[in-house]
Ligand binder design. Structure first.
Ligand SMILES: [Zn+2]
Length: 122
């Protein structure tokens, strides 16, 4: 399976509501009220602030799975797949690894479309 690999180093401040993430190992980010700070990027999860002041939102994935996914994406880029084709293939791969809430991908699933925007969170 491989060891856990950090794929998102992120918390939400329980006071001001800011969702902050550390994008790289030397990226230290503080919420606007100063109650919590994140650092470490994909290398380690460093926090400053009391644990009760924030909600952990980080994600990890076992190293084998993330390596297979990135190799698969490289293959698709080299073969000229368009971004939509790559996104669909990644979603199918996550399904195949049992990592998706599949009911949210069912054609009859209804949810607030605003909560499904990926770009807004970047
Ligand atoms: Zn805050």
């Amino acid at each position: 399976m491989g060891r856990p690999k950090i794929i998102q180093n992120e918390v939400q401040c329980n006071n001001c509501g800011d969702i902050i993430h550390s994008a790289s190992v030397h990226s230290s980010v503080q919420c606007r009220c100063g109650d919590v700070m994140v650092d470490g990027g994909m290398e380690y999860l460093r926090r400053a602030g009391h644990a009760q002041n924030y909600t952990e939102r980080s994600m990890t994935l076992n190293e084998t799975t993330i390596n297979e996914l990135t190799e698969y994406i490289e293959m698709m880029i080299e073969s000229g797949r368009n971004p939509l084709g790559i996104a669909c293939a990644v979603i199918r791969t996550l399904r195949d690894f049992g990592l998706l809430d599949e009911k949210k991908f069912h054609p009859n699933y209804n949810d607030n479309p605003k909560s499904q925007s990926f770009v807004a969170g970047w």
